[in-house]
Design a protein around this ligand. Structure first.
Ligand code: ADP
Length: 353
């Protein structure tokens, strides 16, 4: 639950350039809008979560009151913002979008809260990054639908309580463990988003291809899904690059081979590993006979900051079973050797583990 989903500082530059980044890159947030489903039925996968949310929203509609506050937790690119927009759309209410880091002072939040319309959805992305004072203001707003507005400064300052209309707060977080428990306790419904299995990503690719007006074989959608690291944002990004390929080559349809060739250009292989992932695995296997090797040495070998290797590269390699972290250092698994097409010598493998 407390996985380091979020990409932190030093890794951010490298991360923002990666085709397989789960964070938006370039002008993507805008261009991605057309691919967002607007209704719950259009949201692919996550069946359990969708059924829970359906019940939750239907009940609110029948009661004719705004639903409880919702917390959406999970790694970047899995659909938290999309779901928040779907909730507002399904309830036919407006949505206000902000984020923890965008709110620098409690006053910023107070002015947003005091201008909310009845029933409006307030979406706060990266809610674990709200400043402390804003967080405390939010507790009262979420619970009592009230905000205390400070008037004046210094010893003469006084607070005026302002009643807010009932609204629904939707918080999104990549670090649920960093949320203070009083804040977590104020959400009536918490949804955890998980990485998507290949079959769901395949459906997502087919849906997005339809929106983009691109014909794509089922096999092609499958190849693309395999390379998308369980993440819709990555699947959509790779799909756009496949569309470039189709346009430039004057094709009527994308085949599995087109997907392979287009994505090979970006050095993304059949398991969704890119240049940096392969460099890390190569360094462990070829230079250290499979490890263990310390993080700093490894980072120096691939010419990156340790933090970049640790936060940008390793989570996926560990999740997919290419690498394990041991107290003595990083060790490549037999799957990594196999992926690189190198036969481990028995001694190397037993030494590593
Ligand atoms: P997050 O807020 O979790 O970082 P987003 O909601 O911005 O992720 O999703 C990233 C992109 O992936 C969006 O453009 C959206 O179109 C797409 N997407 C995410 N989840 C789904 C889904 N379940 N079905 C269809 N598209 C999805």
């Amino acid at each position: 639950m407390n996985e380091p989903y979020e990409q932190v500082n030093t890794g951010a530059n490298e991360e923002s350039l990666r085709m397989v980044s789960s964070q938006p890159i370039g002008n993507e947030p805008v261009s991605d809008e057309e691919l967002r489903p607007h209704i719950l039925d259009g949201f692919i996968g996550q069946p359990q979560l969708k059924a829970q949310l359906r019940l939750f929203l239907d009940a609110a509609r029948k009661r004719e009151t705004p639903p409880d506050h919702i917390l959406l937790a999970g790694p970047p690119g899995l659909g938290k913002t999309t779901l928040a927009m779907i909730v507002a759309n399904e309830l036919e209410v407006p949505i206000r979008i902000t984020s923890g880091p965008a709110i620098q002072h409690a006053g910023d939040l107070a002015s947003i809260l005091s201008s909310l319309e009845p029933g409006e959805v307030l979406f706060v992305d990266e809610v674990h990054r709200l400043p402390r004072a804003a967080e405390e203001l939010l507790y009262i707003a979420m619970e009592d639908f009230r905000v205390d507005v400070m008037v004046g400064k210094g010893p003469g300052a006084s607070s005026i309580p302002l009643t807010l209309p009932r609204f629904t707060m939707i918080g999104a977080t990549t670090r649920e463990g960093m949320l203070p428990s009083p804040l977590r306790a104020r959400f009536g419904f918490t949804a955890h988003l998980d990485f998507y299995p290949h079959e769901e990503l395949e459906k997502l690719v087919e849906r997005s291809a339809g929106v983009l007006g691109l014909e794509i074989d089922r096999d092609a959608a499958h190849e693309l899904a395999l390379r998308s690291r369980g993440t819709p944002r990555i699947a959509n990004r790779l799909l756009r690059r496949v569309r470039d390929w189709v346009i430039v080559h004057d094709l009527s349809k994308a085949s599995a081979d087109d997907v392979r060739q287009a994505l090979a250009l970006y050095q993304i292989d059949a398991e969704g590993l890119d240049r940096l992932d392969i460099a890390v695995l190569n360094a462990i296997v070829r230079n250290f006979q499979g490890g263990p090797v310390g993080l700093n040495t490894l980072a120096a070998m691939v010419g990156e900051e340790s933090e970049t290797v640790e936060t940008v590269c390793e989570p996926y390699l560990v999740r997919e079973g290419f690498l394990i972290r041991t107290p003595k250092g990083r060790v490549a698994t037999p799957k990594a050797w196999q992926h690189l097409g190198i036969r481990p010598n028995e001694d190397d493998v037993s030494k590593s583990f």
